[in-house]
Design a protein around this ligand. Structure first.
Ligand code: 2AM
Length: 171
């Protein structure tokens, strides 16, 4: 099963991110992420054997994630595969610490794949035709978070579909 750990935006923020996705889509083209799929990935686990999924679910359900606030004030892009995203201008020490802590636990549980660089971002477009993020309007949003989710990604002809398998304790 293809799994990842993520923060999922509250409904109001999801709506605002969806509006930004529309603006970006009008200027850059490509495939707009559906509102229900918008998230911030904290740790991408890749393919996990089904036998190890139960252990991960128990671990996530027992996690007490520290509450935090993430300032979203920057557009960015990755060349491949034409990803346009929103994130923060400044590195966020709380998210970086959370990412480290999650990977410490994940490695203790036998998972591999800690990235060398963590760039917190919310993907809005994939396969954009233009990566002209400099022409997009200024943004300033705050994301108050308090819960981590374990998400299963499955791919069908419409693209990736995400289903939440477990949530950390709400703090
Ligand atoms: P992306 O949005 O920048 O593609 C599910 O695929 C989530 O895991 C996405 O948010 C994706 O980020 C992220 N992810 C991180 N590393 C990945 C990788 N090596 N392959 C696929 N998705 C990855």
């Amino acid at each position: 099963m293809r799994l990842f750990l993520a923060l999922v935006p509250p409904d109001e923020l999801r709506g605002r991110l969806g509006e930004l996705a529309d603006v970006a889509h009008a200027r850059c083209g490509g495939r707009r992420m559906p509102d229900e799929s918008l998230h911030l990935t904290l740790a991408f686990l890749g393919e996990v054997e089904e036998a190890k999924t139960g252990e991960l679910i128990d671990w996530v359900c027992g996690l007490a994630a520290p509450p935090g606030r993430w300032r979203l004030d920057a557009w960015g892009h990755f060349h491949r595969p034409g990803i346009v995203w929103v994130g923060g201008t400044a590195a966020d020490p709380d998210l970086a610490a959370l990412h480290q802590r999650l990977w410490n636990d994940l490695e203790a549980l036998g998972h591999r794949g800690r990235p060398t660089r963590f760039v917190p971002h919310v993907t809005l477009l994939r396969r954009a035709r233009r990566l002209a993020t400099e022409v997009l309007p200024d943004i300033r949003l705050d994301w108050a978070y308090h819960q981590i989710e374990l998400i299963h990604s499955s791919v069908d002809r419409h693209g990736a579909r995400y289903a939440s398998l477990a949530r950390s304790r709400s703090s």
